[in-house]
Design a protein around this ligand. Structure first.
Ligand SMILES: NC(=O)c1ccc[n+]([C@@H]2O[C@H](COP(=O)([O-])OP(=O)(O)OC[C@H]3O[C@@H](n4cnc5c(N)ncnc54)[C@H](OP(=O)(O)O)[C@@H]3O)[C@@H](O)[C@H]2O)c1
Length: 318
């Protein structure tokens, strides 16, 4: 495993994290034993950064993660858990309540990294209100570091302007070979800020790690049945890109998932992909995306192939 610093904190984190939205009905890891095996494989592989959220699985993800880390003997000082508060729960009082819930579910004395999951969309909550609540929680020692997920730069700036003594150390956005919008302004912004960039859906919800026969798309029972990437209007392009990834993987003796993640690792040294996994084998495989490099030619080939992907998020027909 390779390690880097978390934002400006000096805390050592693995270059690959583990996403745990999979511990939910959305993805199907609803057995605690399976979740524990996944977390165990991550720890064994040297992963010390875990991403969860108040919302995932109605609390199952935080509960499974916290219990597994404890039972597996992970020391609070050695691991970094990132959890997130939904946009609708960002009023000053709700932030405190949400943190209480997360602390209990995770079984931690403080939350290593707290993020606002997305901006308040259906309520009007001034940005400074949650920025001040986050800062107060750091002062009180209940949260160590803070950041934002899925916030446009204008809101990140507004949030930072409300902070008196601390800085945003973590930003989290969708980024993978097929969905590269965050590269336009969010990634350069995070680089300028010196924040860590957590890349969610780094495997395009699995589409860069394996291919599904088009006639089987309709049989998907997990979150992918409503995912625009796995919709027939987009999926053929994903398959083409996957084939390119798989060709390079075969030549290098790696797996497609490892190649897709390594491409992201080389894109910028602040990027930490947080792939989700439904088995310990997947975690081990993803951890081995570190410790080697795609060649310049391979990286460029994928760069060009991915630029040919033109997705639409309009998946309705008349
Ligand atoms: N901030 C946000 O708004 C936000 C949004 C989405 C996700 N996230 C976070 O980001 C994490 C990852 O994103 P994601 O779950 O959307 O997508 P992802 O990591 O791109 O894809 C995860 C899926 O890929 C498949 N997979 C993983 N490793 C594999 C391997 N080595 N070989 C074959 N297949 C593999 C698994 O699918 P199978 O089920 O087929 O095994 C897994 O469920 C989440 O767990 C969550 O923590 C954050």
């Amino acid at each position: 495993m390779e390690y880097t610093s978390l934002g400006g904190t000096g805390i050592r984190v693995s270059r690959i994290g583990l996403g745990t939205w999979q511990f939910s009905d959305d993805w199907g890891v609803t057995s605690y034993d399976r979740a524990k095996a996944i977390v165990g494989a991550a720890l064994e592989a040297g992963i010390n950064l875990f991403d969860t959220a108040l919302r995932y699985g109605g609390g199952l993800s935080e509960r499974f993660l916290g219990r597994a880390l404890k039972e597996l003997g992970a020391r609070e000082d050695d691991i970094v858990v990132v959890t997130k508060i939904p946009g609708e729960m960002l009023s000053y009082d709700d932030v405190f309540k949400a943190v209480d819930v997360s602390l209990r579910r995770l079984g931690l004395t403080s939350i290593p990294v707290l993020l606002a999951h997305w901006p308040p969309l259906w309520r009007h909550i001034p940005t400074c209100e949650y920025a001040r609540a986050f800062e107060r929680l750091v002062t009180l020692g209940k949260v160590e570091y803070i950041g934002l997920s899925d916030h446009p730069i204008e809101l990140v700036e507004a949030f930072r302007n409300c902070l008196s003594r601390i800085e945003v150390d973590v930003l989290q956005y969708k980024l993978n070979l097929a969905e590269r919008e965050a590269e336009r302004e969010l990634l350069p912004y995070a680089e300028g800020l010196g924040a860590t960039f957590l890349a969610w859906s780094p495997l395009a919800k699995g589409a860069l790690a394996k291919t599904i026969p088009p006639e089987k798309l309709g049989e998907l029972r997990d979150y992918r049945r409503v995912d625009p990437l796995h919709h027939p209007v987009n999926y053929p392009q994903l398959q083409k890109l996957y084939e390119e990834v798989a060709r390079i993987a075969e030549r290098r003796g790696k797996t497609p998932a490892q190649v897709a993640l390594n491409w992201l690792l080389q894109l910028s040294d602040i990027v930490i992909p947080i792939p989700g996994a439904t088995s310990p084998e997947q975690v081990r495989e993803n951890a081995d995306a570190t410790g080697w490099r795609l060649t310049w030619e391979e990286w460029r080939l994928l760069d060009e192939a991915s630029r040919r992907v033109k997705l639409t998020y309009v998946t309705q027909s008349e």
